[in-house]
Design a protein around this ligand. Structure first.
Ligand SMILES: *Cc1c(COP(=O)(O)O)cnc(C)c1O
Length: 227
């Protein structure tokens, strides 16, 4: 279990780095931190809450359900960042996540929209872009991202698109990772006139680079929850 001292240290260290990185972009560049709690317990999330963190994310619907229910008394904001299996769509809808980062295909958009419609609900989502074109990653290809975004806006009204999400290239080469972030940022800029507000990119190993490339939402797990 993470101690209060450790939680304070982890969050302070992260905030200091994020602050420096965002100021290198602009004093008006605000970056939101989502604590990814997938390898941690509800107690650990409560410890991070106690020292000031409010937004958390999970990559499995079942884990999101358990932790959000355990911590129901705390004013937390929950995000979903993982691959959404079709048979879990209704469960996710019932959990009312603040933001779903991983809408990764038109097919999923269609399924999600029809299930939202049936429940008379909406969900804020980000379109996931496979900016490094990796077989191992989900998301739409950069070339079709703009058109896919428009198609969802026009055809699936229960999905409230708020921007884009990417995972940095799986590489040791900073330039490759940077190029993948720049690809996503360029698409995000093109989508701003269509209402895009969030560019979710950057994790424990690459959030400073992601912020330098224009990310305004980072998803940090291991470095925030480390013991
Ligand atoms: C696990 C995960 C993260 C956090 O990764 P860390 O390297 O532990 O910071 C961010 N985004 C997604 C989609 C994840 O699955």
């Amino acid at each position: 279990m993470i101690t209060k001292e450790q939680a304070t240290k982890n969050l302070d260290t992260l905030i200091t780095k994020v602050e420096a990185a965002r100021l290198r972009v602009s004093e008006h560049h605000i970056v939101k931190i989502i604590g990814i709690s997938k390898y941690s317990t509800s107690q650990d999330v409560a410890a991070l809450y106690e020292v000031g963190q409010r937004a958390f994310g999970e990559n499995k619907v079942q884990d999101l359900k358990e932790k959000s229910s355990d911590l129901n008394d705390l004013p937390l904001e929950w995000h979903f960042v993982g691959r959404l299996q079709k048979n879990k769509i209704n469960n996710l809808i019932d959990l009312n996540p603040m933001l779903m980062h991983s809408l990764d295909s038109l097919e999923l958009a269609q399924e999600l929209n029809s299930k939202l419609e049936a429940k008379n609900k909406t969900m804020a989502c980000l379109l996931q872009i496979n900016s490094a074109k990796e077989d191992s990653k989900a998301g739409v290809m950069p070339e079709v991202a703009l058109q896919t975004y428009k198609t969802i806006l026009e055809n699936y009204p229960n999905i409230k698109l708020k921007g884009v999400m990417s995972i940095g290239a799986h590489s040791e080469d900073r330039n490759e990772i940077k190029a993948s972030f720049e690809t996503t940022k360029k698409i995000y800029d093109e989508l701003k006139p269509l209402g895009a507000k969030y560019c979710s990119m950057g994790m424990s190993g690459d959030f400073e680079l992601a912020i330098a490339c224009g990310s305004n939402m980072i998803r940090v797990g291991s470095s925030l929850f480390k013991n």
